[in-house]
Design a protein around this ligand. Structure first.
Ligand code: NAP
Length: 265
């Protein structure tokens, strides 16, 4: 295996949360093509089993609801295994919801915090400890460009992604010198089941803004191999993030409000 900072790092076994659709499935397909063994995690067993039998690599199916503490702990235990170690964790599972903050269902919001924040936190600790002990490994966290600016009418979702990006950048600095690469990918609009599940109708968004799940997976894995801290796939998304970081916060809030009104009518 090459050094943690070197390009074209080869992984032996990756655990991917949210591998049953979208970006997680696309990452699984790309890693399988590189003959990486996989541990596929999500709730929909039928999807995971179908993917597992289709991919030409060794796959374990681990059905778990990451919002349920006992099931989350099973996934963490799998990451701590010394007999069959995982050297790449992909924290990808997540979901969003659209609605006025005070009108959203409390249980759905709590579930979002559990999956988008709690699971990423616990699994990063479990995998990070095991990898630091071995002196090598990697964590790829799937965040969002939504974490760089306010997201009115998806307030909790944007806040969860700001957490993931911030945690990832800190861990990149902390764990890098101990042989563990931490990379965070921040996609923009991506063609998956995400928007339908979130009740989000991005009607006013030009078609060229969208990326495929495979484009995001490719950018994420290339960024990880290059040892990057943060990867923003796509020129439009890069421009949006640069604007959010450089513009006066008052203007960013005004633009965020306009976007929320346009897209969530
Ligand atoms: N699509 C976009 O435009 C976009 C943009 C930026 C960031 N993202 C991020 O990309 C990641 C992947 O989303 P996607 O776009 O690929 O959407 P997706 O197709 O809906 O996939 C979401 C995945 O997360 C899993 N998941 C959700 N809740 C779970 C739970 N409680 N326990 C275990 N697994 C759970 C789902 O599996 P099961 O339902 O089978 O459990 C599914 O595999 C998310 O973190 C999302 O925030 C998406």
């Amino acid at each position: 295996m090459k050094s943690a900072s070197g390009p074209q790092r080869q992984w032996r076994r990756a655990l991917i949360t949210g591998a049953s659709s979208g970006i997680g499935e696309a990452i699984a397909r790309r890693l399988a093509a590189e003959h990486v063994d996989l541990v596929l995690v999500a709730r929909r067993r039928d999807r995971l089993e179908a993917l597992s039998s289709e991919l030409g690599t060794a796959c374990e199916v681990l059905v778990a609801d990451l919002a349920q503490p006992e099931q989350l702990e099973t996934v963490a235990d799998r990451l701590r295994s010394t007999t069959s170690p995982v050297d790449l964790l992909v924290n990808n599972a997540g979901f969003g919801a659209v609605g006025d903050f005070l009108e959203t269902e409390a249980s759905s919001e709590t579930g979002m915090l559990d999956v988008n924040v709690g699971a990423v936190h616990l699994l990063s600790r479990a995998a990070g400890s095991a990898m630091v002990q071995r002196g090598s490994g990697a964590i790829l966290n799937v965040s969002s460009i939504a974490g760089f600016a306010p997201t009115p009418r998806s307030a909790t979702y944007g806040a969860t992604k700001a957490f993931v990006t911030s945690l990832s950048e800190s861990l990149h600095i902390e764990l890098g010198p101990q042989g563990v690469v931490v990379t965070c990918v921040c996609p923009g609009l991506t063609e998956t089941e995400f928007h339908q599940r979130a009740g989000y109708r991005p009607d006013g968004v030009p078609a060229r803004t969208w990326q495929t799940a495979d484009e995001v997976a490719q950018a994420a894995l290339e960024g990880l191999a290059a040892g990057k801290a943060v990867v923003v796939p796509g020129r439009q998304n890069k421009a949006a993030v640069a604007a959010a970081r450089l513009a006066p916060p008052r203007l960013v809030r005004r633009a965020a409000n306009r976007l929320a009104t346009l897209n969530n009518k």
